[in-house]
Design a protein around this ligand. Sequence first.
Ligand code: APR
Ligand code: ZN
Ligand code: ZN
Length: 368
Amino acid sequence: MTKAAVYATLNQPLEIMELNLMDPQVGEVRIALGASGVCHSDLSVINGTLPIPPPAVLGHEGAGTVVAVGLGVTNVKVGDHVVISWVPQCGTCYTCSRDQGELCETGATASMFGTMLDYTSRFSMKDGTAVAQMSASGTFAEETVVPAISCIKIPDDVPFQIAALIGCGVLTGFGAAVNTANIREGDNVVVVGAGGVGLNTIQGAKHKGAGKIIAVDMVDGKLETAASVGATHTINASNGDAIEQVMALTDGRGADVAFEVIGFPATIRQSFDMTRKGGETVIVGVPRLDQTMEFNPGMDFVIAEKTLKGCWYGGANVHRDVPMLISQYKNGSLKLDELISREIKLEEVNSAMDEMHGGHIARSVIVY
Ligand code: APR
Ligand code: ZN
Ligand code: ZN
């Protein structure tokens, strides 16, 4: 048995309950979670933006200790500390071998359904009802079972709270700037949405040598954190026209590269309109799947030669990028302690969800 936070009903709080957890099967690993971040995508499941059918153990930004391994597991052993990737990445399929591990054909589909690679789950209720596990992980639980290819071994001296953040917000946000976008040295960059993910996009842009890094948000506290991790300019979008303010900071031209890190069509349009001719706009935020947008292909894309790109999981190869991010954290160039606004218990997960609506918290992290 293990205690877990279960999504049972749309738009209702998660329920804390004891669940059965099966032993790890072939190629699987059982993990005692050390920490799990509470990410906006967890809220997106509860409000129907990301449709995972309930009941499901949410949580996909986690790190912990391996407590058991199934047959055939060679990349980790009992006692190892690991970051859990929310896309299992096999390293050998069509997309993995083309440096698009975030789209791994072995892992991505199962992880979207909230199951393991064989499309079943390892959690169940006392009466036997199967309980899905978000992103083949389910980190809102004291223990979980995940595919071994979702595990990346990390040094024992990295705090679990930090390692957990790397599992989603950092890989996604930093990766959007470093892997997905084409930021050239001195480029002016705008990041719309300075939450747990956007703050890492700011750090990725800094890493790539961007010139101006303009953070746009509606909460002053978020903008202060943005400035502390590398934003050179901040704009509160509730005070005046944010597009005009970006234009004023970029000689009337617009940014070379803009990132939308919220997930609304309106802010995607805004980010696109903040980008200069020939520039690039990267969508990192995940909009509701029933939303559409209109563009003028001649004006927007052909004549203005703009590019609009999607970004899934920061275009990350997790097996390459997690060790890189940890070494940057250790040498002080990647600021992660600043992103943890508060540490909570599993039972407090619903209050972390509520705080997210208010938008004052960069990240709440559950510590087990
Ligand atoms: N204009 C500017 N900023 C806004 C607006 C707006 N209209 N609406 C919301 N924001 C800001 C919030 O104040 C918050 O700081 O966007 C930020 C979103 O941050 P979080 O809620 O912490 O979300 P995060 O976990 O960073 O995820 C952002 O990326 O991975 C996806 O699914 C995730 O779509 C979500 C997005
Ligand atoms: Zn996430
Ligand atoms: Zn693969």
